[in-house]
Design a protein around this ligand. Structure first.
Ligand code: NAD
Length: 467
Protein backbone atom coordinates (compact mmCIF):
# COMPACT_ATOMS: atom_id res chain seq x y z
CA UNK A 1 0.00 0.00 0.00
CA UNK A 2 1.14 3.52 -0.72
CA UNK A 3 2.32 5.45 2.28
CA UNK A 4 4.23 8.25 0.59
CA UNK A 5 4.49 11.21 2.92
CA UNK A 6 4.10 14.75 1.75
CA UNK A 7 4.96 17.77 3.80
CA UNK A 8 2.60 20.56 4.71
CA UNK A 9 5.03 22.98 3.07
CA UNK A 10 4.83 21.08 -0.20
CA UNK A 11 1.04 21.27 -0.14
CA UNK A 12 1.01 24.93 0.86
CA UNK A 13 3.52 25.87 -1.86
CA UNK A 14 1.43 24.07 -4.45
CA UNK A 15 -1.75 25.80 -3.31
CA UNK A 16 -0.01 29.20 -3.31
CA UNK A 17 1.17 28.63 -6.88
CA UNK A 18 -2.34 27.51 -7.88
CA UNK A 19 -3.85 30.64 -6.32
CA UNK A 20 -1.51 32.85 -8.35
CA UNK A 21 -2.38 30.90 -11.48
CA UNK A 22 -6.12 31.17 -10.80
CA UNK A 23 -5.86 34.87 -9.94
CA UNK A 24 -4.03 35.51 -13.21
CA UNK A 25 -7.31 34.61 -14.96
CA UNK A 26 -5.58 31.94 -17.03
CA UNK A 27 -8.25 29.29 -16.40
CA UNK A 28 -11.22 31.47 -17.32
CA UNK A 29 -11.54 31.47 -21.09
CA UNK A 30 -13.61 28.94 -23.01
CA UNK A 31 -10.59 28.17 -25.19
CA UNK A 32 -8.36 27.34 -22.19
CA UNK A 33 -10.97 25.04 -20.66
CA UNK A 34 -11.62 23.28 -23.95
CA UNK A 35 -7.89 22.84 -24.52
CA UNK A 36 -7.45 21.22 -21.09
CA UNK A 37 -10.41 18.90 -21.64
CA UNK A 38 -8.95 17.85 -24.98
CA UNK A 39 -5.53 17.29 -23.36
CA UNK A 40 -7.16 15.07 -20.77
CA UNK A 41 -9.04 13.17 -23.47
CA UNK A 42 -5.87 12.61 -25.50
CA UNK A 43 -3.87 11.54 -22.44
CA UNK A 44 -6.51 8.94 -21.57
CA UNK A 45 -6.59 7.56 -25.10
CA UNK A 46 -2.79 7.45 -25.28
CA UNK A 47 -2.57 5.62 -21.95
CA UNK A 48 -5.54 3.31 -22.48
CA UNK A 49 -3.49 0.11 -22.35
CA UNK A 50 -1.72 1.20 -19.16
CA UNK A 51 -5.08 2.06 -17.58
CA UNK A 52 -6.43 -1.38 -18.54
CA UNK A 53 -3.33 -2.99 -17.00
CA UNK A 54 -3.58 -1.01 -13.74
CA UNK A 55 -7.30 -1.78 -13.31
CA UNK A 56 -6.56 -5.44 -13.94
CA UNK A 57 -3.67 -5.45 -11.46
CA UNK A 58 -5.73 -3.79 -8.72
CA UNK A 59 -9.15 -5.34 -9.28
CA UNK A 60 -8.77 -8.04 -11.95
CA UNK A 61 -11.13 -6.02 -14.14
CA UNK A 62 -11.48 -7.17 -17.74
CA UNK A 63 -10.82 -4.67 -20.53
CA UNK A 64 -14.49 -4.78 -21.47
CA UNK A 65 -15.63 -3.92 -17.94
CA UNK A 66 -12.86 -1.32 -17.53
CA UNK A 67 -13.94 0.46 -20.69
CA UNK A 68 -17.68 0.05 -20.13
CA UNK A 69 -17.74 1.23 -16.51
CA UNK A 70 -14.75 3.55 -16.28
CA UNK A 71 -12.81 4.78 -19.33
CA UNK A 72 -15.75 4.96 -21.75
CA UNK A 73 -17.89 6.93 -19.31
CA UNK A 74 -15.19 9.54 -18.75
CA UNK A 75 -14.39 9.89 -22.46
CA UNK A 76 -18.13 10.27 -23.14
CA UNK A 77 -18.42 12.91 -20.45
CA UNK A 78 -15.49 14.89 -21.90
CA UNK A 79 -17.08 14.82 -25.39
CA UNK A 80 -20.46 15.89 -23.98
CA UNK A 81 -18.80 18.73 -22.05
CA UNK A 82 -16.79 19.90 -25.07
CA UNK A 83 -20.03 20.06 -27.07
CA UNK A 84 -22.04 21.93 -24.43
CA UNK A 85 -19.53 24.08 -22.55
CA UNK A 86 -20.00 27.28 -24.57
CA UNK A 87 -23.75 27.15 -23.84
CA UNK A 88 -23.26 26.42 -20.14
CA UNK A 89 -20.83 29.35 -19.79
CA UNK A 90 -23.24 31.86 -21.34
CA UNK A 91 -25.09 34.24 -18.98
CA UNK A 92 -28.66 33.06 -18.37
CA UNK A 93 -31.21 35.88 -18.62
CA UNK A 94 -33.93 35.89 -15.95
CA UNK A 95 -36.97 38.12 -15.32
CA UNK A 96 -36.82 41.29 -13.19
CA UNK A 97 -39.55 42.88 -11.07
CA UNK A 98 -41.14 46.05 -12.41
CA UNK A 99 -40.13 47.64 -9.08
CA UNK A 100 -36.58 47.80 -10.35
CA UNK A 101 -37.42 49.30 -13.71
CA UNK A 102 -35.31 50.06 -15.72
CA UNK A 103 -33.24 46.91 -15.09
CA UNK A 104 -32.40 43.47 -16.42
CA UNK A 105 -31.05 40.41 -14.58
CA UNK A 106 -28.98 37.39 -15.42
CA UNK A 107 -26.98 34.67 -13.74
CA UNK A 108 -23.38 34.06 -14.68
CA UNK A 109 -21.50 30.88 -13.76
CA UNK A 110 -18.09 31.68 -12.32
CA UNK A 111 -15.32 29.32 -11.26
CA UNK A 112 -15.20 28.64 -7.54
CA UNK A 113 -11.38 28.76 -7.51
CA UNK A 114 -9.22 26.05 -5.99
CA UNK A 115 -10.86 22.65 -5.62
CA UNK A 116 -9.85 19.38 -4.00
CA UNK A 117 -11.06 16.03 -5.36
CA UNK A 118 -10.66 12.90 -3.20
CA UNK A 119 -11.43 9.53 -4.82
CA UNK A 120 -12.11 5.97 -3.59
CA UNK A 121 -10.61 2.72 -4.91
CA UNK A 122 -13.57 0.85 -6.40
CA UNK A 123 -13.81 2.69 -9.73
CA UNK A 124 -10.44 4.35 -9.29
CA UNK A 125 -10.33 5.82 -12.80
CA UNK A 126 -13.92 6.97 -13.23
CA UNK A 127 -14.30 8.46 -9.77
CA UNK A 128 -11.13 10.54 -10.01
CA UNK A 129 -11.45 11.72 -13.61
CA UNK A 130 -15.22 12.19 -13.95
CA UNK A 131 -15.40 14.94 -11.31
CA UNK A 132 -12.20 16.37 -12.80
CA UNK A 133 -14.06 16.99 -16.08
CA UNK A 134 -16.51 19.24 -14.20
CA UNK A 135 -13.73 21.02 -12.32
CA UNK A 136 -11.87 21.83 -15.56
CA UNK A 137 -15.06 22.83 -17.38
CA UNK A 138 -15.95 25.28 -14.62
CA UNK A 139 -12.50 26.94 -14.78
CA UNK A 140 -10.94 25.89 -11.47
CA UNK A 141 -7.47 24.82 -10.45
CA UNK A 142 -7.45 21.31 -9.02
CA UNK A 143 -5.76 19.15 -6.39
CA UNK A 144 -6.39 15.43 -6.87
CA UNK A 145 -6.03 12.64 -4.28
CA UNK A 146 -6.51 9.13 -5.71
CA UNK A 147 -7.12 6.21 -3.37
CA UNK A 148 -3.96 4.59 -2.04
CA UNK A 149 -5.76 1.24 -1.96
CA UNK A 150 -5.90 0.86 -5.77
CA UNK A 151 -2.15 1.40 -5.79
CA UNK A 152 -1.30 0.59 -9.41
CA UNK A 153 -3.99 2.99 -10.54
CA UNK A 154 -2.82 5.67 -8.12
CA UNK A 155 0.76 5.46 -9.42
CA UNK A 156 -0.31 5.52 -13.06
CA UNK A 157 -2.80 8.38 -12.70
CA UNK A 158 -0.16 10.44 -10.90
CA UNK A 159 2.21 9.97 -13.82
CA UNK A 160 -0.49 10.81 -16.39
CA UNK A 161 -1.60 13.97 -14.57
CA UNK A 162 1.98 15.18 -14.00
CA UNK A 163 2.96 14.55 -17.63
CA UNK A 164 -0.14 16.29 -18.96
CA UNK A 165 -0.66 19.32 -16.72
CA UNK A 166 1.48 21.77 -14.79
CA UNK A 167 1.07 21.59 -11.00
CA UNK A 168 0.13 25.29 -10.76
CA UNK A 169 -3.03 24.24 -12.64
CA UNK A 170 -3.53 20.64 -11.59
CA UNK A 171 -1.63 18.87 -8.82
CA UNK A 172 -1.94 15.29 -7.65
CA UNK A 173 -0.84 13.86 -4.31
CA UNK A 174 -0.64 10.13 -3.68
CA UNK A 175 -1.13 8.58 -0.27
CA UNK A 176 -3.55 7.39 2.37
CA UNK A 177 -5.39 8.82 5.36
CA UNK A 178 -2.47 11.00 6.49
CA UNK A 179 -2.02 12.62 3.11
CA UNK A 180 -5.76 13.08 2.81
CA UNK A 181 -5.89 14.75 6.21
CA UNK A 182 -2.90 16.98 5.42
CA UNK A 183 -4.71 18.08 2.28
CA UNK A 184 -7.96 18.63 4.19
CA UNK A 185 -6.19 20.86 6.72
CA UNK A 186 -5.79 23.51 4.00
CA UNK A 187 -8.44 25.88 2.68
CA UNK A 188 -10.15 25.26 -0.69
CA UNK A 189 -13.04 26.88 -2.49
CA UNK A 190 -14.75 23.51 -2.88
CA UNK A 191 -14.15 19.89 -1.88
CA UNK A 192 -15.49 16.99 -3.92
CA UNK A 193 -15.30 13.72 -2.01
CA UNK A 194 -16.32 10.21 -3.07
CA UNK A 195 -16.10 7.48 -0.45
CA UNK A 196 -17.73 6.01 2.62
CA UNK A 197 -20.28 7.78 4.80
CA UNK A 198 -18.03 7.76 7.94
CA UNK A 199 -15.12 9.39 6.05
CA UNK A 200 -17.63 11.76 4.44
CA UNK A 201 -18.33 13.08 7.94
CA UNK A 202 -14.59 13.68 8.51
CA UNK A 203 -14.39 15.60 5.24
CA UNK A 204 -17.50 17.64 6.06
CA UNK A 205 -16.03 18.64 9.43
CA UNK A 206 -12.74 19.70 7.83
CA UNK A 207 -14.65 21.72 5.23
CA UNK A 208 -16.82 23.38 7.90
CA UNK A 209 -13.72 24.98 9.48
CA UNK A 210 -13.36 27.16 6.39
CA UNK A 211 -17.05 27.19 5.37
CA UNK A 212 -15.97 25.35 2.23
CA UNK A 213 -18.80 24.01 0.07
CA UNK A 214 -18.75 20.26 -0.54
CA UNK A 215 -20.11 17.58 -2.78
CA UNK A 216 -20.15 14.31 -0.85
CA UNK A 217 -20.73 11.18 -2.93
CA UNK A 218 -21.22 8.53 -0.27
CA UNK A 219 -22.55 5.00 0.10
CA UNK A 220 -25.19 2.98 1.90
CA UNK A 221 -27.50 0.04 1.40
CA UNK A 222 -29.39 0.25 -1.89
CA UNK A 223 -32.54 -1.92 -1.96
CA UNK A 224 -33.86 -3.77 -4.99
CA UNK A 225 -37.54 -4.72 -5.01
CA UNK A 226 -38.81 -7.54 -7.18
CA UNK A 227 -42.62 -7.57 -7.39
CA UNK A 228 -44.66 -10.72 -8.02
CA UNK A 229 -45.40 -9.70 -11.62
CA UNK A 230 -41.74 -9.04 -12.65
CA UNK A 231 -40.55 -11.12 -15.63
CA UNK A 232 -38.02 -13.16 -13.70
CA UNK A 233 -35.51 -14.25 -16.35
CA UNK A 234 -34.82 -10.67 -17.52
CA UNK A 235 -35.04 -9.31 -13.98
CA UNK A 236 -32.46 -11.83 -12.76
CA UNK A 237 -30.03 -11.03 -15.60
CA UNK A 238 -30.25 -7.31 -14.87
CA UNK A 239 -29.78 -7.79 -11.14
CA UNK A 240 -26.84 -10.18 -11.58
CA UNK A 241 -25.17 -7.75 -13.96
CA UNK A 242 -25.59 -4.78 -11.58
CA UNK A 243 -24.68 -6.72 -8.46
CA UNK A 244 -21.64 -8.68 -9.61
CA UNK A 245 -19.99 -6.19 -11.94
CA UNK A 246 -16.74 -5.28 -10.14
CA UNK A 247 -17.55 -8.20 -7.78
CA UNK A 248 -20.20 -6.12 -6.05
CA UNK A 249 -17.77 -3.33 -5.16
CA UNK A 250 -20.06 -0.69 -6.65
CA UNK A 251 -21.60 2.11 -4.61
CA UNK A 252 -24.99 1.73 -6.34
CA UNK A 253 -24.99 -2.07 -6.60
CA UNK A 254 -28.27 -3.59 -5.41
CA UNK A 255 -27.26 -4.27 -1.81
CA UNK A 256 -30.16 -6.59 -0.96
CA UNK A 257 -33.35 -7.82 -2.60
CA UNK A 258 -36.91 -7.66 -1.39
CA UNK A 259 -38.68 -10.38 -3.41
CA UNK A 260 -42.38 -11.12 -3.24
CA UNK A 261 -42.72 -14.39 -1.34
CA UNK A 262 -44.66 -16.02 -4.21
CA UNK A 263 -41.71 -15.77 -6.61
CA UNK A 264 -38.64 -16.05 -4.35
CA UNK A 265 -37.71 -19.63 -5.25
CA UNK A 266 -38.09 -19.03 -8.96
CA UNK A 267 -36.07 -15.80 -8.68
CA UNK A 268 -33.23 -17.60 -6.91
CA UNK A 269 -33.17 -20.25 -9.66
CA UNK A 270 -33.08 -17.52 -12.34
CA UNK A 271 -30.33 -15.59 -10.51
CA UNK A 272 -28.22 -18.77 -10.36
CA UNK A 273 -28.88 -19.40 -14.05
CA UNK A 274 -27.83 -15.85 -14.96
CA UNK A 275 -24.65 -16.04 -12.84
CA UNK A 276 -23.57 -19.21 -14.64
CA UNK A 277 -24.56 -17.86 -18.05
CA UNK A 278 -22.34 -14.81 -17.40
CA UNK A 279 -19.35 -16.35 -15.63
CA UNK A 280 -19.59 -20.10 -16.35
CA UNK A 281 -19.79 -22.84 -13.72
CA UNK A 282 -16.12 -22.34 -12.76
CA UNK A 283 -16.47 -18.67 -11.87
CA UNK A 284 -12.97 -18.37 -10.42
CA UNK A 285 -11.57 -19.09 -13.88
CA UNK A 286 -13.72 -16.47 -15.60
CA UNK A 287 -11.65 -13.57 -16.99
CA UNK A 288 -14.71 -11.36 -16.50
CA UNK A 289 -15.13 -11.77 -12.74
CA UNK A 290 -13.12 -9.29 -10.63
CA UNK A 291 -11.46 -9.81 -7.25
CA UNK A 292 -11.87 -8.23 -3.83
CA UNK A 293 -9.56 -5.24 -3.53
CA UNK A 294 -7.54 -6.43 -0.49
CA UNK A 295 -7.38 -8.80 2.45
CA UNK A 296 -9.03 -6.35 4.84
CA UNK A 297 -12.14 -6.18 2.69
CA UNK A 298 -12.01 -9.91 2.00
CA UNK A 299 -12.05 -10.64 5.76
CA UNK A 300 -14.86 -8.13 6.32
CA UNK A 301 -16.98 -9.71 3.58
CA UNK A 302 -16.46 -13.30 4.69
CA UNK A 303 -17.85 -12.31 8.10
CA UNK A 304 -21.08 -11.19 6.44
CA UNK A 305 -21.85 -14.65 5.01
CA UNK A 306 -24.10 -16.65 7.33
CA UNK A 307 -23.36 -20.23 6.22
CA UNK A 308 -26.80 -21.57 7.04
CA UNK A 309 -28.41 -19.07 4.65
CA UNK A 310 -26.26 -19.76 1.58
CA UNK A 311 -28.52 -20.87 -1.27
CA UNK A 312 -25.94 -20.19 -3.99
CA UNK A 313 -22.15 -19.70 -3.97
CA UNK A 314 -20.39 -19.07 -0.67
CA UNK A 315 -16.91 -20.00 -1.94
CA UNK A 316 -13.98 -17.88 -0.82
CA UNK A 317 -10.24 -18.11 -1.46
CA UNK A 318 -8.18 -15.65 0.55
CA UNK A 319 -4.94 -16.15 -1.41
CA UNK A 320 -6.75 -15.21 -4.64
CA UNK A 321 -8.96 -12.58 -2.95
CA UNK A 322 -11.85 -14.40 -4.59
CA UNK A 323 -15.39 -14.54 -3.25
CA UNK A 324 -17.94 -16.20 -5.49
CA UNK A 325 -21.31 -14.60 -6.20
CA UNK A 326 -23.24 -15.58 -3.09
CA UNK A 327 -26.98 -15.53 -2.44
CA UNK A 328 -28.34 -15.64 1.12
CA UNK A 329 -31.93 -16.68 1.81
CA UNK A 330 -34.08 -16.12 3.82
CA UNK A 331 -32.30 -12.99 4.98
CA UNK A 332 -33.67 -10.76 7.71
CA UNK A 333 -32.88 -7.43 9.28
CA UNK A 334 -30.81 -9.03 12.05
CA UNK A 335 -28.31 -10.73 9.70
CA UNK A 336 -24.71 -9.49 9.66
CA UNK A 337 -25.12 -8.72 5.94
CA UNK A 338 -27.99 -6.35 6.75
CA UNK A 339 -26.07 -4.24 9.29
CA UNK A 340 -23.78 -2.33 6.90
CA UNK A 341 -23.24 -1.61 3.22
CA UNK A 342 -22.08 -4.96 1.77
CA UNK A 343 -19.84 -3.63 -1.03
CA UNK A 344 -19.03 -7.12 -2.28
CA UNK A 345 -20.58 -10.10 -4.12
CA UNK A 346 -23.04 -11.10 -1.40
CA UNK A 347 -26.76 -10.78 -2.10
CA UNK A 348 -29.24 -11.28 0.74
CA UNK A 349 -32.86 -11.84 -0.30
CA UNK A 350 -35.69 -10.89 2.06
CA UNK A 351 -39.19 -12.18 1.28
CA UNK A 352 -42.09 -9.71 1.49
CA UNK A 353 -45.85 -9.96 1.47
CA UNK A 354 -47.01 -6.38 0.98
CA UNK A 355 -45.45 -3.21 -0.34
CA UNK A 356 -46.37 -1.23 2.77
CA UNK A 357 -43.97 -3.32 4.86
CA UNK A 358 -41.12 -2.62 2.42
CA UNK A 359 -41.78 1.09 2.43
CA UNK A 360 -41.81 1.04 6.22
CA UNK A 361 -38.49 -0.89 6.30
CA UNK A 362 -36.77 1.49 3.88
CA UNK A 363 -38.09 4.63 5.56
CA UNK A 364 -36.79 3.52 8.94
CA UNK A 365 -33.22 3.43 7.58
CA UNK A 366 -30.79 6.00 6.13
CA UNK A 367 -31.87 7.19 2.69
CA UNK A 368 -30.16 4.95 0.12
CA UNK A 369 -27.90 6.07 -2.72
CA UNK A 370 -29.93 4.01 -5.21
CA UNK A 371 -33.19 2.10 -5.25
CA UNK A 372 -34.43 -0.40 -7.82
CA UNK A 373 -37.87 -1.81 -8.52
CA UNK A 374 -38.82 -4.50 -11.00
CA UNK A 375 -42.50 -4.65 -11.91
CA UNK A 376 -44.82 -4.36 -14.91
CA UNK A 377 -47.42 -2.61 -12.81
CA UNK A 378 -47.38 1.21 -12.86
CA UNK A 379 -49.26 1.37 -9.56
CA UNK A 380 -46.54 -0.68 -7.82
CA UNK A 381 -43.79 1.44 -9.34
CA UNK A 382 -45.53 4.72 -8.51
CA UNK A 383 -46.25 3.61 -4.97
CA UNK A 384 -42.56 2.83 -4.34
CA UNK A 385 -41.32 6.00 -6.09
CA UNK A 386 -43.73 8.24 -4.18
CA UNK A 387 -43.20 6.72 -0.76
CA UNK A 388 -39.44 6.23 -0.59
CA UNK A 389 -36.47 8.55 -0.98
CA UNK A 390 -33.17 7.66 -2.67
CA UNK A 391 -30.32 9.45 -4.45
CA UNK A 392 -31.40 7.93 -7.77
CA UNK A 393 -33.46 5.05 -9.14
CA UNK A 394 -33.62 2.74 -12.10
CA UNK A 395 -36.95 1.05 -12.76
CA UNK A 396 -36.74 -2.43 -14.31
CA UNK A 397 -32.94 -2.42 -14.49
CA UNK A 398 -29.95 -1.62 -12.27
CA UNK A 399 -27.16 1.01 -12.26
CA UNK A 400 -27.99 2.71 -15.57
CA UNK A 401 -29.38 5.97 -14.14
CA UNK A 402 -25.73 6.75 -13.31
CA UNK A 403 -24.68 6.68 -16.96
CA UNK A 404 -26.77 9.59 -18.21
CA UNK A 405 -25.01 12.92 -18.69
CA UNK A 406 -28.42 14.64 -18.79
CA UNK A 407 -29.19 13.68 -15.18
CA UNK A 408 -27.48 14.52 -11.95
CA UNK A 409 -25.99 11.67 -9.94
CA UNK A 410 -25.73 11.90 -6.18
CA UNK A 411 -27.09 10.82 -2.83
CA UNK A 412 -29.60 12.19 -0.37
CA UNK A 413 -29.39 12.27 3.43
CA UNK A 414 -26.61 9.96 4.58
CA UNK A 415 -25.88 8.77 1.04
CA UNK A 416 -24.56 12.17 0.02
CA UNK A 417 -24.81 15.90 -0.56
CA UNK A 418 -24.96 17.42 -4.04
CA UNK A 419 -24.45 15.70 -7.34
CA UNK A 420 -22.63 15.74 -10.66
CA UNK A 421 -22.37 14.40 -14.24
CA UNK A 422 -22.87 16.48 -17.39
CA UNK A 423 -24.21 19.96 -16.75
CA UNK A 424 -24.60 19.16 -13.03
CA UNK A 425 -20.81 18.72 -12.81
CA UNK A 426 -20.26 22.12 -14.36
CA UNK A 427 -22.77 23.59 -11.89
CA UNK A 428 -21.30 21.74 -8.91
CA UNK A 429 -17.89 23.31 -9.53
CA UNK A 430 -19.28 26.79 -10.34
CA UNK A 431 -20.91 29.60 -8.45
CA UNK A 432 -24.04 31.01 -10.10
CA UNK A 433 -23.50 34.72 -9.65
CA UNK A 434 -26.77 36.66 -9.64
CA UNK A 435 -26.45 40.02 -11.41
CA UNK A 436 -28.95 42.86 -11.82
CA UNK A 437 -28.02 45.73 -14.11
CA UNK A 438 -29.90 48.95 -13.49
CA UNK A 439 -30.45 51.80 -15.94
CA UNK A 440 -29.34 55.25 -14.80
CA UNK A 441 -31.78 57.35 -16.79
CA UNK A 442 -34.65 57.06 -14.31
CA UNK A 443 -34.60 57.27 -10.51
CA UNK A 444 -38.05 56.98 -8.93
CA UNK A 445 -37.55 58.28 -5.34
CA UNK A 446 -40.41 56.31 -3.67
CA UNK A 447 -38.10 53.94 -1.76
CA UNK A 448 -35.89 56.66 -0.26
CA UNK A 449 -36.36 58.10 3.25
CA UNK A 450 -38.07 60.06 4.55
CA UNK A 451 -40.87 57.56 3.96
CA UNK A 452 -43.60 60.05 3.38
CA UNK A 453 -43.89 59.98 -0.41
CA UNK A 454 -46.52 57.24 -0.42
CA UNK A 455 -48.62 55.70 2.36
CA UNK A 456 -48.03 52.27 3.86
CA UNK A 457 -51.27 51.09 2.23
CA UNK A 458 -50.07 52.21 -1.18
CA UNK A 459 -46.78 50.37 -0.56
CA UNK A 460 -48.77 47.23 0.30
CA UNK A 461 -50.82 47.66 -2.87
CA UNK A 462 -47.63 47.95 -4.94
CA UNK A 463 -46.13 44.80 -3.37
CA UNK A 464 -49.34 42.91 -4.08
CA UNK A 465 -49.86 44.12 -7.65
CA UNK A 466 -46.52 45.15 -9.11
CA UNK A 467 -43.87 42.88 -7.52
P1 NAD B 1 -13.10 5.62 2.02
O1 NAD B 1 -14.08 6.60 2.55
O2 NAD B 1 -12.43 4.70 2.96
O3 NAD B 1 -11.92 6.38 1.24
C1 NAD B 1 -12.16 7.36 0.25
C2 NAD B 1 -10.98 8.33 0.20
O4 NAD B 1 -10.86 8.98 1.45
C3 NAD B 1 -9.62 7.67 -0.10
O5 NAD B 1 -8.91 8.49 -1.00
C4 NAD B 1 -8.95 7.62 1.26
O6 NAD B 1 -7.54 7.75 1.19
C5 NAD B 1 -9.55 8.82 1.98
N1 NAD B 1 -9.70 8.60 3.42
C6 NAD B 1 -9.92 7.42 4.07
N2 NAD B 1 -10.02 7.61 5.40
C7 NAD B 1 -9.85 8.95 5.61
C8 NAD B 1 -9.84 9.77 6.77
N3 NAD B 1 -10.04 9.27 7.99
N4 NAD B 1 -9.65 11.10 6.61
C9 NAD B 1 -9.47 11.63 5.38
N5 NAD B 1 -9.45 10.90 4.25
C10 NAD B 1 -9.64 9.57 4.35
O7 NAD B 1 -13.89 4.84 0.88
P2 NAD B 1 -13.39 3.62 -0.02
O8 NAD B 1 -13.24 2.42 0.83
O9 NAD B 1 -12.27 4.04 -0.88
O10 NAD B 1 -14.68 3.45 -0.96
C11 NAD B 1 -15.81 2.72 -0.58
C12 NAD B 1 -16.96 3.60 -0.17
O11 NAD B 1 -17.17 4.63 -1.11
C13 NAD B 1 -18.27 2.85 -0.11
O12 NAD B 1 -19.00 3.26 1.01
C14 NAD B 1 -18.99 3.26 -1.38
O13 NAD B 1 -20.39 3.16 -1.35
C15 NAD B 1 -18.54 4.67 -1.51
N6 NAD B 1 -18.62 5.10 -2.89
C16 NAD B 1 -19.53 6.04 -3.24
C17 NAD B 1 -19.65 6.41 -4.56
C18 NAD B 1 -20.64 7.43 -5.01
O14 NAD B 1 -20.54 7.86 -6.15
N7 NAD B 1 -21.58 7.86 -4.19
C19 NAD B 1 -18.82 5.84 -5.51
C20 NAD B 1 -17.90 4.88 -5.10
C21 NAD B 1 -17.79 4.52 -3.79
Amino acid sequence: MLTSAISTTEIQNTLAAQKNFFDSGATQSLSFRREQLQKLYDAIVQNENEIFAALHADLHKSKFESFGTEIGLVLGEIKHTLRKLATWMRPQKVGTSLFHFPASSYTQAEALGQVLIIAPWNYPFQLLFSPLVGAIAAGNTVVLKPSEIAENCSRLFTRIVRETFSSEYMAIFEGGVEVSQSLLAEKYDMIFFTGSTPVGKVVYQAAAKHLTPVVLELGGKSPCIVAADAPLATTAKRIVWGKFVNAGQTCIAPDYIFAHKSIVQELIAELAKAIEAFYGSNIEASPDYPRIINEKNFNRLVQLISDEKIVYGGKADKAALYISPTILYPADAKDAAMQEEIFGPILPILPYENLESIVHFIRQRPKPLALYVFSKNNKTIDYIMQNTSAGGCTINDTLIHLANDNMHFGGVGESGIGGYHGKSSFEAFSHQKAITRRGLWLDVPLRYPPYNRISLNSLKWLFKNVM
